[in-house]
Design a protein around this ligand. Structure first.
Ligand SMILES: Nc1ncnc2c1ncn2[C@@H]1O[C@H](COP(=O)(O)OP(=O)(O)OP(=O)(O)O)[C@@H](O)[C@H]1O
Length: 452
C-alpha cells in the first residue's frame, strides 16, 4: 500500500470519526433537551435503554447477593456426622424476561426456578430499586412460577396539582344513575394510573389519616364528582358538623351528633329494606337490574370521625352508640347491592373501639391509609387484607400531604396521592349541583348551616 493511499484512508477515518463525534454530541444535546422538556419522550428514547442495560448487567450479581438464586444441586452435604449447608457452587439464576418500557417506567417478569417462591423477590424489591437507580420496584405474584415487576422511574406523586376532575359538567341533570357514576377520580397512583374510587368494584371504604394528613381533601375531590350526578350524599359528622357543613347544600341529610346519626342510619336501614323488597318483586339481584323508571338513586354515606360513633362517656350515650353502630354494620352488610355505600373516615381506628369495629371493617373492602401516628391504625386499616402494606403506610411522612397506601386492583395495594382540592373548588361544585340533591324517603335535607 502506498503512502498516499494510507494518508487517504487516515483522512477518511478522521472524517468518519468527526461525523460520529458530531452525531454523538447531537444525541447528547437532544437527550438533555428531552429530559428537561419532554420527560416521557426522553424515557422512551434514552432512559429506558440505560435501565435495560443496567438490569441485564446486574441481574446475576443482584440475585446472588440478595439470595434469589436456586441451586442446581442440593446445597447441603454430609461430612462425617455433620450436615453442612452452604451457598450453591453453581447457582441457577432466575430468568429476567419481557422487559418493556412504560410511561411510568418499565415492567418485567421473573421466571422462577424450580423450588423458588415469590416472597423473597417481593422482599428484595428495595434492593432492586437501589441497584437499578429507580424510584421504586413493586413485585407481585399474579401467576404461578412468575413474579411481575413494576419499575417506577420517578415518584409520580410529586405533583398533586389539580386536574379537571369534573368530567360531568355540574348543573347538567342526569335523570337516572348508571354504575359508572359511582367512580370518582381522586388523584394519581404510583404506577402512573389514575386513582379511582370505584364503588361498584369496592362498595364500602375505610379511610384513616392523622389530622392534616389530607382526608377531607381526598373525600371532597370525590364528592365534587358524585355531586354532579344523580346520587344522594348523606353526611354524619359527630364533631358538630364542623367538617361536613360545607357540603350541606348538596346533602340529602346531615347528622351532627350520635343520636341524630343513629336515627339517620335507622332510616337508611329501612330504605335498604324497601329497596330489597323492590328488587325481590322485580327479580333483580341489585338496583342496577331494576327498570330505569324504578331505579332508586344510589346513596353515599360519608362518616367523618368514625370513632365518635363508638366512644361513649356515659350510660345515656350507650344506647345511641349501639343503635348507630349496629345500623352502620347492617348497611355495610346489606348496602352494596342496594346502592347504599359507606365512606368511613377517621384519625384512629383500633380494637379499643369495641368488637363491633372488626365486624364493620370486614365489610369495608376499600382501604385508604394516609399518614397515621400509631402502628395499630395502620394495621387495622391494611393489615388484614395487605399485611405487607402496613410498613409502607408507616413510611409516609408528615409532609406527604394526600399521600396514601390504598387498595388497588391487581397489585393488591399501591401508593397514591390525591389531587389538591381546595375549599373554593368544593363550594363551587356544591352550589352548582345543589338542585340535583335527591330526596330519600325518611331523610330531611339540612335546612341551615349547623350551629357548632
Ligand atoms: N394531595 C395534596 N397535595 C397537597 N396538599 C394537600 C393534599 N391533600 C391535602 N393537602 C393539604 O393538607 C392540609 C390538610 O388537608 P385536610 O384538611 O384534607 O386534612 P385532614 O386529614 O382532613 O385534616 P383534619 O382531620 O384536621 O380535618 C391542607 O392544607 C391541604 O391543602
Amino acid at each position: 500500500m502506498t503512502w498516499e493511499r494510507l494518508a487517504a484512508l487516515g483522512d477518511a477515518l478522521v472524517r468518519v470519526g468527526i461525523a460520529l463525534g458530531c452525531l454523538f454530541v447531537l444525541w447528547l444535546l437532544l437527550g438533555a433537551y428531552l429530559s428537561r422538556r419532554r420527560p416521557v419522550a426522553y424515557w422512551y428514547g434514552y432512559g429506558f435503554w440505560f435501565l435495560l442495560w443496567r438490569m441485564r448487567r446486574t441481574w446475576s450479581r443482584l440475585t446472588l447477593n440478595a439470595d434469589l438464586t436456586a441451586s442446581e444441586r442440593p446445597n447441603t452435604g454430609v461430612f462425617g456426622s455433620l450436615v453442612v449447608k452452604g451457598r450453591p457452587l453453581r447457582p441457577a439464576v432466575p430468568l429476567l424476561i419481557k422487559i418493556r418500557p412504560r410511561r411510568f417506567g418499565a415492567t418485567a417478569v421473573v421466571a422462577l426456578q424450580p423450588g423458588q417462591v415469590p416472597q423473597p423477590f417481593i422482599d428484595a424489591a428495595d434492593a432492586m430499586a437501589h441497584t437499578w437507580g429507580v424510584h421504586a420496584v413493586r413485585a407481585a405474584a399474579s401467576r404461578r412460577g412468575r413474579v411481575d415487576l413494576t419499575i417506577l422511574r420517578a415518584d409520580p406523586l410529586g405533583d398533586s396539582s389539580m386536574r379537571d376532575l369534573r368530567s360531568t359538567s355540574p348543573g347538567a341533570a342526569v335523570p337516572v344513575a348508571v354504575p359508572e357514576d359511582l367512580c370518582a377520580e381522586i388523584g394519581n397512583r404510583e404506577d402512573g394510573q389514575s386513582w379511582v374510587l370505584d364503588l361498584i368494584a369496592l362498595p364500602h371504604w375505610l379511610i384513616t389519616g392523622a389530622t392534616q394528613s389530607g382526608k377531607s381533601t381526598l373525600i371532597n375531590a370525590a364528592v365534587a364528582q358524585w355531586a354532579a350526578r344523580p346520587i344522594a350524599l348523606v353526611g354524619i359528622d359527630c364533631k358538630g358538623g364542623m367538617e361536613l357543613a360545607s357540603l350541606a347544600p348538596r346533602l340529602s341529610a346531615l347528622a351532627y351528633d350520635r343520636a341524630q346519626a343513629a336515627d339517620l342510619l335507622g332510616h337508611l336501614v329501612t330504605e335498604a329494606e324497601r329497596r330489597m323488597a323492590l328488587c325481590r318483586e322485580h327479580r333483580a339481584r341489585n338496583i342496577w337490574q331494576l327498570p330505569e323508571h324504578l331505579r332508586p338513586a344510589p346513596v353515599i354515606v360519608i362518616v367523618d370521625e368514625l370513632a365518635e360513633l363508638y366512644l361513649i362517656a356515659s350510660r345515656e350515650q350507650k344506647d345511641a352508640a349501639l343503635r348507630a353502630t349496629t345500623n352502620l354494620l347492617r348497611l355495610g352488610q346489606l348496602g352494596a347491592a342496594l346502592g347504599i355505600h359507606l365512606i368511613l373516615a377517621g384519625q384512629r381506628v383500633g380494637t379499643d373501639l369495641g368488637p363491633g369495629i372488626s365486624a364493620l371493617r370486614a365489610q369495608l373492602g376499600g382501604r385508604i391509609c394516609l399518614k397515621v401516628h400509631d402502628p395499630e391504625t395502620a394495621k387495622m386499616t391494611l393489615g388484614d387484607l395487605h399485611p405487607d402494606a402496613v410498613d409502607a403506610a408507616q413510611l409516609i411522612g408528615p409532609a406527604d400531604k394526600g399521600v396514601a397506601i390504598t387498595t388497588a386492583d391487581h397489585f393488591g395495594w399501591v401508593r397514591a396521592r390525591s389531587v389538591k382540592f381546595t375549599d373554593d373548588d368544593l363550594d363551587q361544585a356544591v352550589h352548582a349541583t345543589r338542585h340535583l340533591t335527591p330526596r330519600i324517603p325518611g331523610l330531611t335535607p339540612p335546612a341551615d348551616p349547623p350551629v357548632a
